[in-house]
Design a protein around this ligand. Structure first.
Ligand code: AMP
Length: 380
């Protein structure tokens, strides 16, 4: 199956080639034709599955034959849980809007940044990607109107609900026109997502991508059994001895993220921590510097384990275990994306052994263990 068989606007096919999207990922193959047909969709898929393009491409296709909105009315609204995801989704819309016969303007709006520039920038926007809280603020200042919306997308609906956006979402739903297309994407189908699905979607096409299992094959997973006090030196040993140039390290607390980054820096490994206590600017700068190779190590809490799209990330290290198998998959899902293989390394202390066994059992996979304590860590 090729992209040309999915009914996409011809101009998009060249852009897909330029982006080296050779053939559609499963979610794209299954979703694109029915979204173009105007159907509602429930997509159970996480970041890494190619879900963004699965709604971006058909929305842009449909807008080519739509009446383009004006005067702060928008054609499509994408609700997302975080500013990071907002900018990523906007970027994908931008990538695929270049040179379309009907020009489409997409904007991202999110909290934690000043609202005035976003209000001004709303002029002429056709597709708005927004976090629910900031959208409410924009609505209250009449910077945007929702009555012309043809397509609503909820991206990472489970995360939006987990972050407590339910009330804002309900408020927004009330302002939408009755006749519209609804697309809901979620990594999980928890009971609260199910409830929103029932309420929002009409006879949806259901697409379920078990990416966690599919993608795990692409990831070389390895665990190092190590005592608590040797974790720091082992981390530095792994980074230095394997010449890792771009490493995402996960910790379970903000304190630990700061602490690990500080120790890496002290030992001559450029690292920066990112977490919810950092300002938007600091988080954005950290990610940009990490992505463009200026920063060797990014130390993050689980805040980042979803939604961050880095083209190729060769190494993820779990300095501390995540709480759930799901989080483990989200974390290591940074590697083994876009059909490229990566390494996921987990440091496992004696206290972690039992929990790590549970994680492996839930993932239905066995991770090879190495004895970290027998490695000579002198000098690290
Ligand atoms: P997403 O799940 O939307 O975050 O996409 C994950 C990654 O896969 C992104 O880096 C996309 O650029 C990439 N991607 C999505 N679809 C394709 C495709 N059909 N071929 C190659 N790469 C893709």
């Amino acid at each position: 199956m090729s992209f040309s068989e999915l009914g996409l606007a011809p101009a998009l096919l060249n852009l897909l080639k330029n982006q080296e999207y050779e053939k559609p990922y499963p979610i794209q193959k299954d979703s694109i034709p029915s979204i173009i047909e105007g159907k509602d969709l429930l997509g159970i898929a996480r970041t890494g599955s190619g879900k963004t393009a699965s709604f971006v491409l058909p929305i842009l296709t449909n807008l080519q034959s739509s009446e383009i909105t004006q005067n702060r009315h928008i054609n499509a609204l994408v609700l997302v849980p975080t500013r990071e995801l907002a900018t990523q989704v906007r970027d994908v819309f931008h990538t695929f809007s270049v040179g379309l016969p009907s020009p489409i303007k997409t904007m991202a709006a999110f909290g934690g940044a000043s609202i005035n520039p976003q209000m001004k920038a709303m002029r002429g926007v056709n597709i708005l990607v927004a976090t629910p809280g900031r959208l409410i603020e924009l609505l209250e200042s009449n910077a945007v109107h929702l009555s012309s919306i043809e397509t609503l997308v909820l991206d990472e609906a489970d995360k939006m609900l987990n972050l407590g956006f339910k009330d804002e979402m309900d408020q927004i739903f009330k302002l939408l026109p009755k006749k519209r297309q609804n697309l809901l994407f979620s990594a999980t189908l928890s009971s609260n997502v199910e409830a929103i699905t029932q309420f929002l979607l009409k006879e949806p096409k259901v697409v379920k991508i078990n990416i966690s299992e599919a993608n795990l094959d692409l990831i070389n997973q390895i665990a190092y059994d190590v005592s608590e006090e040797k974790k720091g030196p082992l981390l530095r040993y792994l980074i230095k001895s394997q010449n890792m140039e771009q490493v995402l390290v996960f910790t379970s607390s903000i304190y630990k993220a700061d602490n690990v980054a500080e120790k890496l820096n002290k030992n001559g490994i450029q690292a920066i921590a990112t977490h919810s206590k950092k300002s938007t600017k600091a988080r954005r700068d950290a990610l940009t510097n990490f992505k463009n190779g200026k920063m060797r190590v990014l130390v993050a809490t689980d805040l980042l384990s979803r939604g961050i799209d880095i083209e190729f990330l060769p190494y993820v290290i779990n300095y501390e275990l995540p709480r759930s198998p799901k989080d483990y998959i989200h974390r290591i899902g940074r590697t083994g994306r876009s059909e490229a293989a990566g390494d996921a390394i987990t440091l496992v202390t004696p206290d972690d052994q039992h929990h790590f066994k549970i994680i492996q059992k839930k993932m239905k996979c066995q991770v090879d263990h190495e004895d970290g304590d027998s490695i000579n860590l002198q000098g690290y």
